[in-house]
Design a protein around this ligand. Structure first.
Ligand SMILES: Cc1cc2nc3c(=O)[nH]c(=O)nc-3n(C[C@H](O)[C@H](O)[C@H](O)COP(=O)(O)O)c2cc1C
Length: 327
């Protein structure tokens, strides 16, 4: 059974990837991911705040922190414990001990300070970079054009500094998701990951205080990812990696049928351990065997919306089938 997949110009043994999270900051977990058949690993993101802290620590240059306001000191205190150096030693160890691709990740929303860090990821041996573009339109002052410009500036500037493949990981907060993703795929990135799951807030009603909402995804969260994978996969000029809500091997199969190049999983690994990647791989292979497929390309994208098809008509038909019971 051949589950080989080309992703970001790299050859992966399996389309199933251990996505970026705290688990992928640990070398033993990365080794276990490889032993359990992961096609690649995406390291925990290095955060812009860490980079700024590191720049200050090493160069004594006062980086611009104005836009963090009072929260900067709080953030800096925490990131200081999680030094940038640890990241680079993790990359070195991962490159020595793993044979699957190691993908670095930067969590960014501005670009002044961390461009040369992407280069350091490349020099440390990362096979590709995933930019965790945490740009969310929270500000009433932020327009569509501002977001568009920020994305283009970051991508274009990074492309000039590094030569390894770049993918971007986005949230699903876009008014014109399909058009915007297609335009991004035209400016020369190698892949788009849909979607990052933004950490929501919750409220402690006894303490009258904000607290983080649960960070792990639930099974039902697959459907937004599935819908957009089916809409976008044939309309992009780059690879598409599907993330959020992947909990079972059946979820992996669905996303591949919808046209995903690769599928990332995180919450399922927190719940079941890294070895669960083996169960996902076995499930994928069993399904392929049952359906007489010998390679992923034989079925990838079979249920995606076609390149020349109108997504709205396709989805309207599904809607009518359900509500009007017309077949
Ligand atoms: C504890 C935790 C830490 C995470 N850290 C990162 C991170 O450093 N960088 C990143 O791009 N995504 C991070 N994520 C998001 C995941 O990569 C993934 O996009 C999200 O959890 C949705 O996928 P899932 O449904 O498989 O969990 C994190 C998720 C969790 C639960």
């Amino acid at each position: 059974m051949n589950t080989q997949t080309r992703y970001l110009g790299l050859t992966l043994k399996s389309p199933i990837i251990a996505g970026s999270c705290g688990l992928t900051a640990d070398i033993d977990n990365l080794i276990q991911a490889e032993q359990s058949g992961a096609g690649a690993v995406i390291l925990k993101s290095i955060f812009e705040e860490q980079i700024i802290h590191d720049i200050k620590r090493h160069t004594k240059i006062i980086a611009s922190t104005d836009h963090y306001g009072d929260s900067y000191d709080y953030i800096a205190q925490h990131v200081a414990e999680d030094s940038v150096d640890q990241f680079f030693s993790l990359i070195n160890q991962a490159k020595q001990k793993l044979s699957i691709p190691v993908i670095g990740s930067i969590n960014c929303y501005s670009f002044e300070n961390w461009l040369n860090y992407a280069k350091r990821f490349q020099d440390a041996g990362c096979d590709a970079m995933e930019l965790n573009m945490a740009i969310l339109p929270y500000e009433t002052s932020l327009s569509y054009d501002d977001v568009d410009r920020l994305f283009s500036n970051i991508i274009n500037t990074l492309k000039k500094s590094i030569s390894i493949p770049i993918s971007i990981k986005v949230s699903n907060y876009f008014t014109d998701m399909a058009k915007f993703m297609q335009q991004l795929s035209w400016i020369g990135i190698d892949g788009i990951t849909i979607f990052n799951k933004s950490l929501n807030i919750d409220i402690d009603t006894d303490a009258l205080a904000l607290k983080p909402a649960p960070s792990l995804s639930t099974e039902g969260e697959l459907y937004t990812t599935l819908r957009w994978t089916a809409i976008l996969s044939k309309k992009l000029r780059c690879d598409l990696s599907a993330s959020t809500g992947v909990h079972t091997a059946d979820d992996v199969v669905k996303l591949l049928l919808a046209g995903a190049t690769t599928v990332q999983t995180v919450s399922a690994l927190y719940k079941n351990g890294m070895a669960y990647l083996q169960a996902l791989n076995n499930g994928l292979q069993n399904w392929m065997q049952r359906k007489d497929y010998t390679s992923i390309d034989q079925f990838r994208g079979q249920l995606a919306i076609k390149a020349n098809e109108e997504a709205s008509m396709f989805l309207r038909t599904q809607f009518m089938k359900y509500y009007a019971e017309i077949e």
